[in-house]
Write a protein that binds this ligand. Sequence first.
Ligand SMILES: Nc1nc(=O)c2c([nH]1)NC[C@@H]1CN(c3ccc(C(=O)N[C@@H](CCC(=O)O)C(=O)O)cc3)C=[N+]21
Length: 287
Amino acid sequence: MTANLIDGKEIAKTTRSRIKEDVEQLIEQGTIPSLTVILIGDDPASHSYVKGKERACEQAGITSVVKRHPESFTEAELVEEIRTLNEDSSVHGILVQLPLPKHIDETVVLDEISPHKDVDGFHPENVGQLLSGGEGFVPCTPLGIIEMLKLTGIEIEGKHAVIVGRSNLVGKPVGQLLLNENATVTYCHSKTKDLYKHTLDADILIAAVGRPQMIGVEGIKPGACVIDVGVNRVDGKLIGDVQFDETKEIAGWITPVPGGVGPMTITMLLHNTVLAAKRLGRCNDRS
Ligand SMILES: Nc1nc(=O)c2c([nH]1)NC[C@@H]1CN(c3ccc(C(=O)N[C@@H](CCC(=O)O)C(=O)O)cc3)C=[N+]21
């Protein structure tokens, strides 16, 4: 058996053209959705991701501004910049590219972003909304994964979803979303004993550890849906967390790296920015 490929690029393309229509409608109503990205330091991977975000915004008709700062930019300067953007009614979405330099406290910074402009969904208010089933912003990668499953027609309800990795960015929120979709959810992590005992029972396996090819085919249940969130750069090449070539022979569905989750992450950033513009627009109408 060979797995069906979940083509993230193709799904992203379809979703982005839908978003573009939304943007056009908003522009007709007088609002140009706009995203500001703050990028500190000169990590090549971060610069490349941010370029991808800029390109995607441009294609969708969303205004994007990138504020680039040297490694020496201070936490106080960053907080000040965020406060200014929070107040600026022409800015709908604010994203601070991670990771930040060591001298800046990520928590302090993320807490400073207005929850109404927090298109990453990292602000504690939005994290809380996700847990309680509210209407906050949901982190882009987890949202992209759910969208991809739905658009591919993979049933979530009643399925056993096993997540490997418990980061705040991906592991934890994707588990919560799957739970909200009525999956039975298991979280695995670096201290989990006998990892494959759990993964072998997964109908839906989410690999989000950030270690190249750490999940082997011995850990995959035949017919399972395997979502590989890994973006590990090895010798200039992008490698996932799953041994793709072996796994694709027994899985039912699998996402490639690149061309899987990555393009959907950026797509959901566009989605969240449009959502922010719609919501903030409504607030401005009322004032
Ligand atoms: N505040 C913040 N929000 C983020 O969402 C965020 C972040 N910081 N820091 C870094 C990670 C990583 N991330 C990716 C986004 C797109 C691709 C992507 O599009 N990847 C393409 C390939 C891109 C390439 O070749 O370089 C693909 O998988 O096909 C990958 C990784 C967002 N992140």
